[in-house]
Write a protein that binds this ligand. Structure first.
Ligand SMILES: [Zn+2]
Length: 192
């Protein structure tokens, strides 16, 4: 895309964003979880349902994941590699996503490996929640905990807590349990 055109596109995006607060995306934070965090901190009055896409968390229109990536200060490919489960999916499924006429990856196409976010059983680690809350003042969902077959936190060697309640990325991990009680949380077994 010519530089002038890209600048116009970025300007148009930030005009749509207006005064909406866009926090920095954190290491290993799943992109949909980041959108859920924005929904929360901006008090967006818009219902979010299970299986909702990242678009449903934000009150303005986005053309695709490439625009979410611009909000995060990166390009779509970097967003996919760092903040989705796509790199893990690519390890076992061919990714033949094509680029559109502007040279952008068409992440909405049918040949793109899906983001593989598991809404049925989001998982988190009580140790990560405690660490996040002392470091950031809030906890966030990590993509690696959402991978199929991952039931233990690789950092804390603790079993993950599975949220079978009607919990979505619009909530902070651990909030549906009330105050985090690490000993009881660790005893909860993961259900996939
Ligand atoms: Zn952990």
């Amino acid at each position: 895309m010519p530089e002038g055109e890209r600048t116009l596109r970025v300007d148009s995006l930030w005009a749509r964003v207006g005064n909406f607060r866009v926090p920095r995306i954190l290491p290993e934070e799943h992109v949909i979880a980041w959108c859920g965090r924005m929904h929360r901190i901006n008090d967006v009055r818009k219902p979010v349902y299970e299986n909702s896409s990242y678009r449903s968390f934000l009150p303005f229109n986005l053309s695709g994941l490439d625009e979410v990536a611009i909000l995060a200060g990166m390009d779509a490919e970097r967003m996919l590699r760092r903040h989705t489960t796509v790199p893990f999916v690519r390890a076992v499924v061919p990714d033949s996503t094509f680029l559109d006429i502007d040279g952008r990856r068409n992440v909405g196409s049918d040949v793109t490996p899906k983001l593989a976010a598991s809404w049925g059983a989001l998982r988190y680690c009580a140790g990560c929640v405690a660490r996040d809350r002392s470091k950031h003042g809030f906890a966030y969902w990590r993509r690696i905990h959402q991978l199929p077959g991952v039931f233990w936190c690789p950092w804390h060697k603790a079993s993950l807590v599975s949220c079978t309640e009607k919990t979505t990325y619009a909530e902070e991990p651990g909030d549906h349990l009330g105050p985090v009680n690490t000993s009881s949380v660790h005893q909860r077994r993961v259900r996939s």
